[in-house]
Design a protein. Structure first.
Length: 133
């Protein structure tokens, strides 16, 4: 079996970071380019797409990390982050308000990034072979 712990953790951290960047930089980008672009991409579509990619990749990385390192705390923190992101997406800006939606998105993404980072660090500390091709 090809072990992909390093790849999935890094990919999951990247997707969470993209989520945060999208959340905070898109409004500025749209204001700066409002006269240039005649089209816009639905914001909820982008959120759904990021979650569609992030959830399975994050779950795979967290499960593999738990299997390889037996550290349930990082698995639980990562799952909490995913849950926060999913609930925030489902409730949406209309229910939560713009500011609270962004705070929850930032919180969920931060939890997820932290869990994947700690998962990766634990592997490095244990000097395990789960990062070998």
């Amino acid at each position: 079996m090809i072990k992909t712990q390093l790849t999935t953790d890094k990919l999951a951290m990247s997707l969470s970071t993209i989520c945060v960047l999208h959340c905070f930089l898109t409004p500025s980008f749209l204001i700066l380019t409002s006269g240039i672009f005649a089209f816009t991409i639905d914001n909820e579509f982008v959120h759904g797409l990021i979650l569609f990619l992030a959830v399975p990749i994050s779950l795979l990385a967290l499960l593999m990390g738990y299997k390889n390192h037996q550290t349930s705390a990082f698995f639980a923190i990562g799952c909490l982050g995913l849950l926060v992101l999913l609930v925030t997406f489902l409730l949406g800006e209309e229910t939560l308000g713009v500011i609270f939606e962004r705070l929850l998105t930032l919180s969920g993404s931060s939890l997820l990034i932290f869990a994947h980072y700690k998962n990766h660090q634990t592997c490095k500390q244990l000097d395990c072979d789960c990062h070998e091709g």
